[in-house]
Design a protein around this ligand. Structure first.
Ligand SMILES: O=C(O)CCC(=O)C(=O)O
Ligand SMILES: [Fe+2]
Length: 196
């Protein structure tokens, strides 16, 4: 107990930038572990198994990660501005932490309406990116989404874009194509470096 207290105190005694660095490194590592797990379950839902499932999971465990912090200041006329223009992420998946439970993320529905994604306290939004859309041969879509601003409150979100390592070719899953007998609707590139 005493050692634990000293360690915690040691952390709080560090200069601010050191604390920030440690916190960001820890956050990134946790996101990496989470992404590999989430991608594994997406693969399993597609019926991927054994060697290919291991390769998929491993490639996200060793992949490239980018963390972007978004800040949307409050705006007295929110209907006249947009926080983040409509786009689909090119990542494999994106993990989004919303700070402060202020709604802002919207997804374009099948019938072309913008639907607000309500923040879940302590939750993380998993957004599918184009690399997983290609891998699933279009079974799953990378949705168009945008961020709107709030009239009274500033909103902060942290997006972690998760990419597979270069060991994973970016194309429809071979096991999925074999199991469904469907033609690939995307071509295969040797790795995500070619995709970006
Ligand atoms: O802030 C948000 O809710 C969306 C962020 C986002 O889509 C992005 O950074 O790509
Ligand atoms: Fe996005």
């Amino acid at each position: 107990m005493r050692m634990m207290k000293e360690n915690v105190q040691g952390f709080f005694d560090l200069p601010h930038h050191e604390k920030q660095k440690i916190a960001l490194e820890k956050y990134s590592e946790d996101m990496r572990k989470l992404a590999a797990e989430v991608v594994k379950y997406i693969g399993m839902a597609l019926g991927i198994h054994e060697g290919e499932l291991d390769l998929l999971t491993k490639s996200f465990g060793e992949g490239k990660y980018e963390v972007r912090m978004n800040c949307y200041p409050a705006c007295p006329e929110p209907e006249r501005v947009i926080g983040l223009l409509p786009h689909a992420d090119i990542s494999g998946i994106t993990l989004l932490t919303e700070c402060g439970n202020i709604p802002g993320l919207q997804v374009l529905s099948k019938d072309n309406c913008w639907v607000t994604v309500p923040p879940v306290p302590g939750g993380i939004v998993v957004n599918l990116g184009q690399i997983m859309e290609v891998y699933s041969n279009g079974t799953y879509r990378a949705p168009d989404h945008r961020a709107v601003v709030n009239k009274e409150k500033e909103r902060v979100s942290i997006a972690t874009f998760c990419y597979p390592s270069l060991s994973l070719p970016v194309g429809p899953s071979p096991q999925l194509l074999a199991a469904t007998g469907l033609p690939p609707i995307y071509q295969t590139l040797s790795n995500s470096g070619e995709f970006l």
